[in-house]
Design a binder for this molecule. Structure first.
Ligand code: 3PG
Length: 393
């Protein structure tokens, strides 16, 4: 980003790929604007230096065309508030027709409507994606540039993330640089003890990252829906808890590392609702017909004990269904233990970052809150992230 600004951007059209994929409630209101706030820095630097900033972003996963429920309008308006200047949202109909002329002045910021409304964005067909990339590039005229700043989406080989970067002078934005800097430090030389906390619902989504992390960490604490497949791998009955039977064997193998710490008690409920009857039971005594929806207080204390001695912590995934008050204490307790520790602590995006804010924990209690969910996990897994690889090229 600094290189581009040093080159001079006054009056130049600059495409900025941001990740503004924020959660919305039923009324279409943004429930967590963390990703928008994290995107402001790069955008305001460019606009302040006189660039004509054209933001490209997605929201959700629209199926086969425009879907008003997935309009970026709320994101454009929130970004405008944060920047202190309105951000005009341009629908594809208009940007397509107005190639090369979006009527912008130096310092203006506009946003293209949800780029995934165009199915070519996510197409597996290289030519389709290239055609959309060409249209985006055409918006920048002869002296355009591309800034990749949507860290949360760099693991996707998509037109506005990957293909555009091949067709324009491409730069890493401030957010991508800071995210990669932190995750690289975790991968290359974490201070020990290095403790990873993983939660979330599906163990199948996390097996690869667990495998990659186990040789590097001193302890891996597991909570959330995924812990029940591990508990089953230990031979425990898990009642009606979330269980991925076909993963029990893999979990059993991972447990042989001796580094995985599982909950010893869980909060169970007779229904998936805030009004359900609940009980706290030992992890090996989950009654039939009940489902585990949070880790229990004894487990929180045990996890907190491990975290208090850690020098580096990476946390991804809630410990329970924190959106429902009776099942929020596990996530709150573990998050608080991370805040209380003096470790270098990284929250790995997605639901855990949202949980930090929803539970009212201090954001500055963590060293870094990543905007990437899948992206940060894939980075730690050691996978090539197309949106980063193309910048390195
Ligand atoms: C995310 O929410 O992790 C990113 O915005 C990427 O979204 P996707 O998983 O729909 O590609």
């Amino acid at each position: 980003l600094d290189d581009l600004i040093d080159e001079g951007v006054e009056g130049r059209p600059v495409l900025v790929r941001s990740d503004l994929n924020v959660p919305l409630d039923d009324a279409g209101e943004i429930t967590d604007d963390g990703r928008i706030r994290a995107s402001v820095h790069t955008i305001s630097e460019l606009s302040g230096a006189g660039a004509q900033v054209i933001i490209v972003a997605h929201l959700g996963r629209p199926k086969g065309g425009p879907d008003p429920a997935l309009s970026l309008a709320p994101a454009a308006s929130r970004l405008g508030e944060l920047l202190g200047a309105p951000v005009r949202l341009i629908s594809q109909k208009h940007w397509d027709a107005g190639r090369g002329d979006l009527g912008m002045a130096a310092g203006d910021v506009v946003m293209l409507e949800n780029i995934r409304f165009d199915p070519r964005e996510t197409s597996k067909n290289d030519d389709d994606r290239a055609a959309l990339a060409d249209e985006l590039v055409a918006l920048t005229g002869d002296d355009g540039a591309f800034v990749s700043d949507g860290f949360g989406v760099v693991h996707r080989k998509q037109a506005s993330v990957y293909d555009v970067a091949q067709d324009l002078p491409a730069y890493a934005g401030g957010l991508v640089l800071s995210e990669v800097g932190v995750l690289r430090a975790l991968t290359e030389a974490p201070k020990r003890p290095y403790v990873v906390v993983l939660g979330g619902s599906k163990v199948s989504d996390k097996l690869a990252v667990i495998e990659a992390l186990l040789p590097k960490v001193d302890a891996l604490l597991v909570g959330g829906g995924m812990c029940f497949t591990f508990l089953a791998a230990q031979g425990y009955g898990v009642g009606d808890s979330l269980l991925e039977r076909e993963q029990i064997g893999s979990c059993r193998t991972l447990l042989e590392s001796g580094k995985i710490v599982l909950p010893t008690d869980v909060v169970v409920a007779d229904d998936f609702s805030a009004e359900a009857n609940t009980r706290t039971v030992a992890a090996d005594a989950i009654p039939d017909g009940w489902k585990g929806l949070d880790i229990g207080p004894e487990s929180v204390a045990a996890f907190a004990e491990v975290l208090s001695g850690a020098a580096t912590v990476f946390w991804n995934g809630p410990m329970g269904v924190f959106e429902l008050a009776p099942f929020a204490e596990g996530t709150r307790g573990v998050a608080q233990a991370i805040v209380d520790s003096s470790a270098f602590s990284v929250v790995g995006g997605g639901d855990s970052a949202a949980a930090v804010r929803a539970l009212g924990l201090p954001e500055d209690g963590f060293s870094h809150i990543s905007t990437g969910g899948g992206a940060s996990l894939e980075y730690l897994e050691g996978k090539t992230l197309p949106g980063i690889a193309v910048l390195e090229q």
